[in-house]
Design a protein around this ligand. Structure first.
Ligand code: UD1
Ligand code: CA
Length: 453
């Protein structure tokens, strides 16, 4: 049994009031449609076809790497018409599952249940029962509970409108029979549309036992029509991610104040304080603590490390037991060794700092190789850029760099060297010696301040 997935994404998305097509709006940092494509992958689809809207070329362009066929539905003639456009791309599959590009939180588990429950019949339907069914298609059943048809809200009688079991829109059907039913659907209804939902009546009339399944939660089948709904689903998704982390042993100070836009992997007993934003791939080791208001992007934080409040760490590695911040910025290529301290208002880029070294205040360390046990005084700057090229600064183990030193790269400071505060170091400083390049201090005897006459 092979499965194809058709994703409907031709909606105009008017209520988003956006130049960006609706299905490209991000949820957890990725386009809505990407979440649905992932769900299609997770149920083992052998073919995926996305039906996108007229003029929406942006959509296939934005997701050009997706393994799917793209079909344009130039005129939006209804959900049935939309599915029909995708059928040629489904020629090789046995069954077709219909999903929606603006329904991003659908779970593979639910879809697998629908697919399994309906495996012996030609049509399966995901439905739910809700208190306020207004707007939805209603599931009409006979006295024995068998599904007879779906009636759209706009076409329904008062009695039908009282039905609280509604159509989520998600169906799975035998491909050949679906093609036959769709060929017979007309647009004889209030909206003058070819309804996908009309195939249910056609199937039931042929004696098909229409099997239904339900999602675990209503969020799974909630669609995005405007930015308010988008924000609601974002919170649902983030809540799910937070719960998943907590179940696996992470303490989250407030699960309503964390945003994971990518993959966050935490070992046990990690503590995440409020307002953390994670992007890309982030790994955090056992017992590490992340303070409030941090941004972590594509980085590794070692076991027991402490990232204090207001740090931005991107493309960097922080080894076990290091302490970062508050207010530190680690940029790509920052590689902070074990038990190092990187303090407030320190920026580190493309630099390796070995075990136990400290850069505690107000410094820029860029393009540098710093040994272990080095103390970099407040206000020290690596002058790594000459206006055309970047150059390397090397500092040996145990060196002590006095405050407010400018290290004019390329330059090397030997192991155990001491640099006097306020120096501009433009030539290599030898190991174990004191090097100081500031002007000698003088006191002018008898000098007097000018005075107003
Ligand atoms: C549809 C169902 C309804 C169900 C509801 C759940 C039909 C006729 N009705 O109603 O039973 O309760 O979803 O939300 O299917 N689309 C296209 N091309 C089209 C028309 C629609 O791609 O020509 C896409 C839209 O982008 C949208 C989805 O299909 O994502 C649903 O279409 P819409 O017209 O909004 O259907 P509903 O009125 O919500
Ligand atoms: Ca809709």
């Amino acid at each position: 049994m092979t499965l194809g997935v058709v994703i409907l994404a031709a909606g105009k998305g008017t209520r988003m009031r956006s130049a960006l097509p609706k299905v490209l709006h991000p949820l957890a940092g990725r386009p809505l449609l990407r979440h649905v494509l992932d769900a299609a992958g997770a149920v083992g689809a052998t073919r995926v076809c996305v039906v996108y809207g007229h003029g929406g070329e942006q959509v296939p362009r934005a997701l050009a790497d997706a393994d799917c066929a793209w079909v344009e539905q130039a005129e939006r003639l209804g959900t049935g018409h939309a599915v029909q456009q995708a059928l040629p791309a489904m020629a090789e599959v046995d069954r077709v599952l219909v999903l929606y590009g603006d329904v991003p939180l659908i779970e593979a588990e639910t879809l697998n249940r629908l697919i399994a429950d309906s495996s012996d019949t030609a049509l399966g339907l995901l439905t739910m029962t809700i208190a306020d069914p207004a707007g939805y298609g209603r599931i009409v059943r006979d006295g024995g509970g068998h599904v007879l048809r779906i009636v759209e809200h706009k076409d329904a009688s008062d009695a039908e409108r009282a039905i609280t079991e509604v159509n989520t829109g998600i169906i799975v059907a035998d491909r050949a029979r679906l093609a036959d039913w769709l060929g017979r659907v007309d647009n004889n209804n209030v909206q003058r549309e070819y309804y996908l939902t009309d195939v249910i009546g056609l199937a039931a009339a042929e004696g098909v036992d229409v099997v239904t399944a339900q999602p675990e939660t209503p969020e799974e089948v909630a669609g995005v029509n405007d930015r308010i709904q988008l924000a609601e689903l974002e919170r649902c998704h983030q809540r799910r991610t937070a719960e998943c982390l907590m179940r696996r042993g992470t303490t989250i100070m407030d699960p309503a104040r964390i945003d994971v836009r990518g993959r966050l992997d935490c070992e046990r007993d990690v503590t995440l304080d409020v307002n953390l934003v994670c992007e890309g791939e982030v790994n955090i080791g056992t017992g590490a603590r992340i303070g409030p208001n941090c941004v972590l992007k594509d980085c590794d934080i070692g076991a027991g490390a402490e990232v204090l409040a207001h740090c931005i760490i991107e493309g960097a590695r922080v080894a076990a037991g290091a302490r970062i911040g508050p207010y530190a910025r680690l940029r790509p290529g920052a590689d902070i060794g074990r038990h190092c301290h990187i303090g407030n208002f320190v920026e580190v880029k493309q630099a390796h700092i070995a075990e136990g070294s400290k850069v505690n205040h107000l410094s820029y360390i860029g393009d540098a190789e710093i040994g272990s046990g080095v103390n970099v005084g407040a206000g020290t700057i690596t002058c790594n850029y000459d206006g055309a090229y970047k150059h390397l600064t090397r500092i040996g183990d145990g060196a002590f760099i006095g405050s407010n030193t400018a290290l004019v790269a390329p330059v090397a400071v030997g192991a155990g060297a001491t640099i006097g505060a306020g120096s501009v170091i433009s030539m290599d400083a030898p190991a174990e010696q004191l090097t100081v390049s500031r002007a000698r201090q003088v006191t002018i005897q008898g000098w007097e301040r000018p005075r107003k006459k």
